[in-house]
Design a protein around this ligand. Structure first.
Ligand code: HEC
Ligand code: HEC
Length: 375
């Protein structure tokens, strides 16, 4: 090796060492708080005073609300919840926030089949939309948790999702300049605790109502705003033959019961994972169809890329299953022969047009639910 070659080799070596050092430092400093700027309105948004239309004030929904027992919302409490929801400090290495997997533009779900956690690993299931959870008691696709306040601390500690320890999180937030004031406004003292984090996150999520879609307008003007296709799709959805609305019911198009829809579910047994009861195999949360256009891909494992594929499952793909829901069986016999809907391509297209009337643009661009770290 001549002199100049040696020099180049040495130079490379020292650059390599320097790079390596920087990497180590980065890894180390990533545990330390990151400077962020918050952009909050002078007067908080009015989360507590949202007025819902009459079709949200029904006997069925009051009943579901009493089961769900939602937290009380204050404007300062939900504001704190909003900041927490968008803060990457809730994950161990500052890599992800709740909003990484629950994106406003997708009605607080994730377009990925599975979601990318704090260390790049994938979640076990497809992420869920977070709208209208005020009326939902059971959380997750397999219903494994009761109530939002019990749910929200789980993703924070999940080894794939955020990997954070609650004591470390409490200390980290206590030392972050913007939190003491926010906790004080929300709870009357600046002490950060896991309980308060859970309560504030629940307040924010409970305040995410979806009620401003074309469908909601339709309910108030006798569907004068609907096209021919949307009206035809609406008939198919509500006619007794498809039985769609017997599970996706009320103005929320959901159901508090988990149900078996005749999917091939090997590997993920749904509600059975929680109860161990044979007849619960293959039962999953009857999720809301609100904003369904924005929450692809579909089902607990994101197996269907489009709404047409999801509807074709009901139309011609329901598998025989001892736990098949009676609503999807001939003669309403539980575990019976799957019904055949015989929907034509036009019917399916009309049904898709109808489902798209649930899209709530006002919600997905509403600044009160947006990232407060963005100006
Ligand atoms: C890495 C992605 C990821 C992150 C980060 C994440 N979630 Fe989720 N979330 C999911 C997935 C996936 C599911 C469905 C999991 C299941 O059913 O097993 C889910 C489900 C939920 C549900 C249940 C909704 C329902 O209808 O049952 C709520 C509520 C929720 N998440 C809130 C949060 C909150 C609050 C945070 C932040 C503290 C958060 N999530 C962080 C991916 C994520
Ligand atoms: C027996 C009750 C039942 C009936 C009837 C039913 N569904 Fe569902 N639906 C469910 C359940 C449960 C899920 C979630 C299944 C899963 O993820 O494994 C679901 C999921 C969906 C999804 C995907 C939701 C998402 O967020 O991924 C769409 C779209 C859908 N249903 C539309 C319809 C349509 C349209 C009809 C009528 C043709 C219908 N459903 C009939 C119970 C039902």
């Amino acid at each position: 090796m001549n002199k100049s070659n040696l020099f180049i080799a040495l130079l490379c070596f020292s650059v390599f060492v320097a790079c390596k050092k920087e990497e180590d430092q980065l890894e180390h400093t990533s545990n330390i708080q990151v400077e962020r700027t918050l952009f909050l309105p002078e007067t908080p948004y009015d989360y507590a005073g949202i007025e819902l239309p009459p079709h949200f004030q029904t006997t069925a929904l009051s009943l579901y609300e009493s089961f769900a027992n939602p937290v009380d919302i204050t404007n300062d409490g939900a504001t704190l919840g909003r900041v927490l929801f968008y803060d990457t400090q809730l994950s161990e290495n500052n890599a992800v926030s709740c909003a990484s997997c629950h994106q406003q533009i997708h009605a607080f779900s994730d377009p990925g089949i599975r979601s990318v956690g704090f260390e790049g690993d994938l979640s076990n299931r497809h992420s869920q939309t977070l709208v209208n959870l005020r009326w939902a008691r059971r959380m997750f696709w397999d219903h494994r948790v009761n109530g939002l306040e019990n749910q929200v601390l789980i993703p924070i500690q999940d080894p794939i999702e955020m990997g954070m320890n609650l004591d470390a999180l409490t200390a980290r937030l206590q030392a972050t300049p913007y939190y003491p004031d926010l906790f004080n406004a929300a709870f009357g003292s600046d002490t950060v605790s896991a309980e308060r984090i859970a309560n504030a996150l629940s307040q924010f999520i409970t305040s995410i109502y979806s009620y401003r879609s074309k469908y909601d307008e339709g309910l108030m003007n006798n569907f004068a705003n609907f096209s021919e296709e949307e009206l035809a799709g609406k008939d198919i959805f509500f006619n007794g033959e498809t039985r769609c609305n017997q599970c996706h019911s009320t103005a929320l198009f959901f159901d508090p019961q988990a149900r078996n829809t005749g999917l091939d579910y090997t590997g993920d047994l749904g509600l059975y994972e929680l109860t161990g009861i044979e007849s619960d195999k293959g039962k999953f949360k009857t999720t809301t169809l609100r904003n369904i256009e924005l929450t692809a891909p579909y089902m607990h494992d994101g197996r269907f890329a489009t709404l047409t594929e999801a509807i074709q499952h009901y139309n011609e793909g329901i598998l025989p299953d001892p736990n098949l829901d009676d609503r999807l069986a001939i003669g309403f016999e539980p575990g019976g022969t799957p019904i055949e809907m015989n929907l034509s391509d036009t019917d399916v297209a009309n049904l898709v047009s109808f489902l798209k009337t649930f899209t709530d643009e006002a919600l997905i661009y509403d600044p009160m639910y947006a990232d407060p770290f963005q100006p």
